[in-house]
Ligand binder design. Structure first.
Ligand SMILES: CC(C)(COP(=O)(O)OP(=O)(O)OC[C@H]1O[C@@H](n2cnc3c(N)ncnc32)[C@H](O)[C@@H]1OP(=O)(O)O)[C@@H](O)C(=O)NCCC(=O)NCCS
Length: 165
């Protein structure tokens, strides 16, 4: 299991991660806004997602911080899950927070009976694509014109999958 090996990598620097709930809706909305996505998430939308029993969300807390520096959110259906979003605050990037956070989240999903995890990433989002490949996700398809862009054009989505079993 690549993702587990990556998590246990000798150079991996362990950081604190923890479950998020609807009390973190504003933090999640603020972080999502820093993700550079064409469509933002309102705090109310985040609260509804965080209160949804099929949705799991984790945050990463560097040092003694009580505010998450990043979050990951997924939705589970039967033994499959879809990563809905992952964002690390810009000032905290490239410190392996996302790798630790996603690794912890995948571990949680595996413990909830998830066998396969899916996600979509915009073609050209090198940081996210490398992060996912780093944890063992592999490309399973492409959807042209999937993402609306702020300039009116549409970008291709790269669909990826990771088997947890
Ligand atoms: C993608 C994102 C979550 C990565 O967060 P991060 O904490 O900086 O990532 P990490 O430091 O844990 O990096 C883990 C691996 O991902 C890859 N990676 C991360 N950022 C990268 C970058 N800017 N360029 C190239 N590779 C990168 C590397 O393989 C890295 O491993 P390495 O440290 O051994 O080189 C962050 O850039 C982000 O929030 N982006 C905006 C939101 C977004 O695009 N989310 C994904 C939507 S599908």
């Amino acid at each position: 299991m690549d993702w587990l090996r990556r998590l246990l990598h000798p150079h991996a620097c362990p950081v604190r991660t923890g479950h998020l709930d609807s009390r973190h809706a504003r933090d999640v909305a603020a972080l999502h806004q820093q993700g550079g996505f064409a469509r933002g998430w309102e705090p109310g939308e985040c609260a509804a997602l965080l209160a949804d029993a099929s949705v799991a969300a984790d945050g990463v807390f560097p040092g003694q911080s009580v505010q998450p520096a990043g979050f990951v959110m997924s939705r589970q259906a039967a033994d499959e899950a879809e990563i809905l979003s992952i964002v690390i605050a810009p000032a905290q990037r490239r410190h392996r927070l996302a790798a630790n956070l996603l690794g912890a989240h995948l571990s949680r999903l595996a413990g909830s009976g998830v066998a396969q995890v899916f996600l979509e990433v915009e073609e050209g989002n090198i940081a996210a694509e490398r992060l996912y490949r780093h944890l063992g996700f592999r490309e399973v398809g492409r959807r042209k014109g999937y993402y609306p862009k702020s300039d009116g054009s549409r970008a291709t989505a790269v669909a990826m999958r990771l088997d947890l079993t």
